[in-house]
Design a protein around this ligand. Structure first.
Ligand SMILES: [Zn+2]
Length: 67
């Protein structure tokens, strides 16, 4: 599964991680490709290297969604 991070922060400061089939995937100009991962757990771990506020999307990656 290919994962992307929203490069715009949400109002709570989080930056959500989505897979490429999520209907909430941000516009191409507002997202950054993270890589191909088996699960959102690995995708969020990778995202956190550069984006400390990374969090799984509540809709496509609920197991990785914290807030
Ligand atoms: Zn999503």
């Amino acid at each position: 599964m290919k994962y992307y991070i929203n490069t715009n922060q949400q109002s709570n400061g989080d930056q959500e991680v989505h897979h490429n089939f999520c209907s909430y995937l941000p516009d191409i100009k507002n997202r950054k490709y993270l890589g191909d991962f088996y699960s959102c757990i690995e995708a969020v771990a990778e995202a956190k290297k550069n984006y400390t506020a990374a969090d799984g999307c509540k809709f496509c990656s609920p197991t990785c969604h914290n807030q």
